[in-house]
Design a protein around this ligand. Sequence first.
Ligand code: ADP
Length: 422
Amino acid sequence: MSVLGRLRNIRLQDAVWLLLFAALGFASPTQSAGEIFLLLCLAALQVAEPRLEALNSPQGKVVSALIKLGLGYILVGLTNGVSSSYYLILLLPVVSAATTLGVTGTIVITLLACLSYLSFLLPVYVDWSQVTLTDDGVRELSLRLLFLVVTAFLTYELAQAGRRQEQRYRATLEELAAANRSLKEAEATIRRSERLAALGQLSAGLAHELRNPLGTIRASAEMLKKNVAGRGEVAAELAGFIASEVDRVNSLVTRFLEFARPLELRLEVCELTEVIDRAVARVERDSGPGRAAIFKNYSPDIRPFPMDAELLERVFYNLLLNAVQASPPGGAVTVKTRPAGEGVEISVIDRGSGIEPRHLENIFNPFFTTKPDGVGLGLSIVSKIVDQHGGTMSVESEAGKGSVFRVHLPTKPAGSASSSSA
Ligand code: ADP
């Protein structure tokens, strides 16, 4: 790290600590080597503490407070014991404990600080045959101890208020992040719907216009076939190609028009799991043996609710088929249901090829496909049916790791919540 970088790492409070300890050293009447050394150690610990990973763990904080207590104890012991002017240095471990440890840690360290200060009254330190403890002395001693306790209490209260405030900020931050995520999802859904609506209108018009010329081409090809009958094999074969290719295009146009047509829901109260079961059975039948297995993880807490069972079966069929097709042979696909808010969430989870980030925006667009024989209408139809049910969709995917498609469906038809509360 450059010198400038190091300087930038020095905080204002570090400078204040260093200054304070330097002032203590200068103010000392004896300035003995031991005293200066202890002050240096305390200053170094105070400054290094926030930077040392080991001292920031819960055990590290206890160790740090105990070291400060030990160094302070020796310093007071070296400088006249109970009447040392350094007795306030014992505030250092007490304040540290109150700001970084819980209530038990603060009580223990404060008690240890008081006891260590009182220990200077032991005969090892005081020759009681020469000295007597006056009433004033006792009062001064009690005040000093009380001072330690009051400081511990006040600092602890202040630190607790700070911690509570921090918790509130953190909770607000998390709420904001969640709201931001939902907003982004909602924006993506709106963008998708707008794009789909515009594309749908344009293409539906185009597809409709294509139908008439296609019909004419088909009829002409039929007539041509009849006219050239017996006049050459090649001409008949070419007329046959025209007819069959027109049929293919026609079927694509019909599928697309089906997709573009506004959906009319036929709502009936049905059991969601039965609808998913039917979709699973169809996917298993259509995708044949050797494909990924489908596992069901249904919540027992979902009651039957109004839905268009036929259309929702198509939703789960498309999602499950995509998941199976993206999974390696013998892989696993899971379909999971759970109550979520005012509705249910159905997730289709696979550990298959996943979707590249650059494709994620497009997968719901009609005709977007990465499959050689895909049409790219599956997810646009899924999204349209879910929209029509008043639901939402989201996808989480990582290329090479797999995908999770989530469908959220309301269990009450739109508007029923307000009418029931009225
Ligand atoms: P199609 O299946 O005809 O390609 P879809 O609209 O169903 O059309 O899917 C569009 C594209 O989205 C797919 O071609 C594929 O690239 C991607 N996709 C959809 N589901 C998955 C999935 N579970 N895993 C990986 N890619 C997926």
